[in-house]
Design a protein around this ligand. Structure first.
Ligand code: FAD
Ligand code: DHB
Length: 393
C-alpha cells in the first residue's frame, strides 16, 4: 500500500490536513486508533476563530456549521461581580466568534473525506513510524480484527496524533527541546440540558476561582469551573457543581443561572507545552502532538488547524514544484504563531484563575489587567485580535 502522505490521527490536525491535501490533488491515508463513533462524540473544544470558519466555507464543509453554529459579537468578562462586554466584532472590523463544537467539525470533515473516497482507517492498533530520516518512510499498523501487521509506504509521514501519540517521540531526544508549564488547577467541565442563561460566553474571575459559561445549542449548555486537577469527579455531586457555578457567576444585580440535568462531566488538567522542532527528516508533527495550551481563550483546536494549513501549503509546493523551502521552514513558520497562542492562553489563564500560592499582590495584578481591558481601547483591541485569531504572516 502506498500513499503520498501517511497521517496518524483523525483529530482536527489530521482531518483538516487530509482535506487540504485532497483539494490540492495529493493522496493521503489517515490511520486512527479510535472508532469513528468515538471520534465523532468526544466532547472537547468549542470556539472557532473567524478564519477557521472561512476555511471550512472555502473547503465546502461549512454548510451545517453556518446553520447550527452560534455566532457571537463578543465575550463577557466578569470580575468583582460585574460584567463587561468585550465587543470583539467592533474591535476587529466586523469579525465574529463561532461556537461550534470540535466533534461537529470532525463529523463534517469525516463526511467530506468519505465523499471524496479518501481513505481513513479507524480502530487501528500498533501504528508506528519507520524510516522517517530516509526518502522512503512508512507506517506499520494493524487493522481492527486482523492478524497481520500492514505497511503503508509514504513520501511523507505526519504525526497528527495528539499529545500522547508516537509522532513527537520519533524526533531524536538530542535534537528535541521541550518547554512546559503545569498549572496548579484543572477544569471541571459539564454538559447540561438547560436553556441559555446569557447571550454570549462568560469568563469569570471570582473569589472561589474561575468559571466559564459556554453553549452548545439552544437547549444544551457547556460550563466549566476551576478545580483541583487531581480531584476525583466522584467528589463532585451535581448539587456541588451547581452551587459553585452559582457562586462564581453571581452578579450584584438580579441575573440568575438556569440549571438543568447534568449529563456529562469530567476533569482535565491544564498545561502549556511546546516541542521544538516540529519536524525530522520526512516526519512532520502538527497540533497537540507538538504543542498544548490551557483551554482559557480557546486556542488549542485553532492552533492545530493553523499547523495543517502551513503543512498543506508546504507539501503542495514540494509535490507540484519540487520546492522544499516551505517544508524546511515548517517549524519556524508554525512556532511563530504557536508562541503567540501560548502567550495568549497563558495570559488569559493567569488573569482569570486563582493559583496555589497566589496572594493579594497577584489578585491586584489580575484586577488591574481586567480594568485595563475595560478602560483602554488599545488593550481591549489586543485581546479581541488574539481571541478572534491572528492573521497569517
Ligand atoms: P487530537 O484531537 O488529540 O487528535 C489526535 C488523534 O490521534 C486522536 O483522535 C487520537 O485517538 C489519535 N491517535 C493518537 N495516538 C494514536 C496512535 N498511536 N495510533 C492511531 N491514532 C492515534 N481546546 C480548547 O480550545 N477548548 C477546550 O475546551 C478544550 N477542551 C479539551 C478537552 C479535552 C479532554 C482535551 C483532551 C482537549 C481539549 N482541548 C480544548 C484541546 C483541543 O481539543 C485540542 O487542541 C485539539 O483536539 C487538537 O487537535 P489534534 O488533531 O492536534 O489532536
Ligand atoms: C469552550 C472552551 C474554551 O476553552 C473556551 O475558551 C470557550 C468555550 C467550550 O468548550 O465551549
Amino acid at each position: 500500500m502506498h500513499t503520498q502522505v501517511g497521517i496518524i490521527g483523525a483529530g482536527p490536525a489530521g482531518l483538516f490536513l487530509g482535506q487540504l491535501l485532497d483539494r490540492a490533488g495529493i493522496s493521503s491515508v489517515i490511520l486512527e486508533s479510535r472508532s469513528r463513533e468515538a471520534v465523532e462524540s468526544t466532547i472537547r473544544a468549542g470556539v472557532l476563530e473567524h478564519w477557521v470558519v472561512e476555511l471550512m466555507t472555502e473547503l465546502g464543509i461549512g454548510e451545517r456549521m453556518h446553520r447550527e453554529a452560534h455566532f457571537h459579537d463578543g465575550i463577557t468578562l466578569q470580575w468583582e461581580q460585574q460584567r463587561y462586554h468585550l465587543d470583539v466584532t467592533e474591535l476587529t472590523d466586523g469579525k465574529r466568534v463561532a461556537v461550534y463544537p470540535q466533534h461537529e467539525v470532525l463529523k463534517d470533515l469525516i463526511a467530506a473525506r468519505l465523499a471524496d473516497q479518501s481513505e481513513t482507517i479507524f480502530g487501528v492498533s500498533e501504528a508506528a513510524f519507520h524510516g522517517v530520516d530516509t526518502e522512503t518512510p512508512s507506517i506499520t499498523f494493524r487493522r481492527e480484527g486482523m492478524g497481520e501487521l500492514e505497511t503503508l509506504r509514504c513520501d511523507y509521514v505526519i504525526g497528527a496524533d495528539g499529545f500522547h501519540g508516537p509522532g513527537r517521540q520519533m524526533i531524536p531526544k538530542s535534537l528535541r527541546r521541550e518547554y512546559q508549564k503545569i498549572y496548579s488547577f484543572g477544569w471541571l467541565g459539564i454538559l447540561t440540558q438547560a436553556p441559555q442563561s446569557w447571550p454570549e460566553l462568560i469568563y469569570a474571575n471570582q473569589a472561589q476561582g474561575f468559571a466559564l459559561l459556554s453553549t452548545r445549542s439552544p437547549d444544551v449548555q457547556r460550563m466549566y469551573i476551576q478545580c483541583d486537577p487531581a480531584d476525583d469527579i466522584a467528589n463532585w455531586s451535581d448539587a456541588r457543581i451547581w452551587e459553585q457555578l452559582h457562586e462564581r457567576l453571581e452578579t450584584d444585580d438580579d441575573w440568575s443561572l438556569t440549571e438543568g440535568p447534568i449529563f456529562q462531566k469530567g476533569i482535565i488538567p491544564l498545561r502549556s507545552f511546546v516541542c521544538e522542532p516540529m519536524q525530522y527528516g520526512r516526519l512532520f508533527i502538527a497540533g497537540d502532538a507538538a504543542h498544548i495550551v490551557p483551554p482559557t481563550g480557546a486556542k488549542g483546536l485553532n492552533l492545530a488547524v493553523a499547523d495543517s494549513v502551513v503543512l498543506a501549503r508546504a507539501l503542495e509546493a514540494q509535490f507540484r514544484h519540487n520546492n522544499h523551502a516551505l517544508l524546511d521552514a515548517y517549524t519556524n513558520t508554525c512556532l511563530r504563531r504557536v508562541w503567540k497562542g501560548e502567550r495568549f492562553a497563558w495570559f488569559m489563564t493567569t488573569m482569570l484563575h486563582r493559583a496555589d500560592g497566589d496572594g493579594d499582590f497577584e489578585q491586584r495584578m489580575q484586577m488591574a489587567d481586567l480594568d485595563l481591558i475595560r478602560t483602554s481601547r488599545a488593550t481591549a483591541t489586543s485581546i479581541a485580535e488574539n481571541y478572534i485569531g491572528l492573521p497569517f504572516d
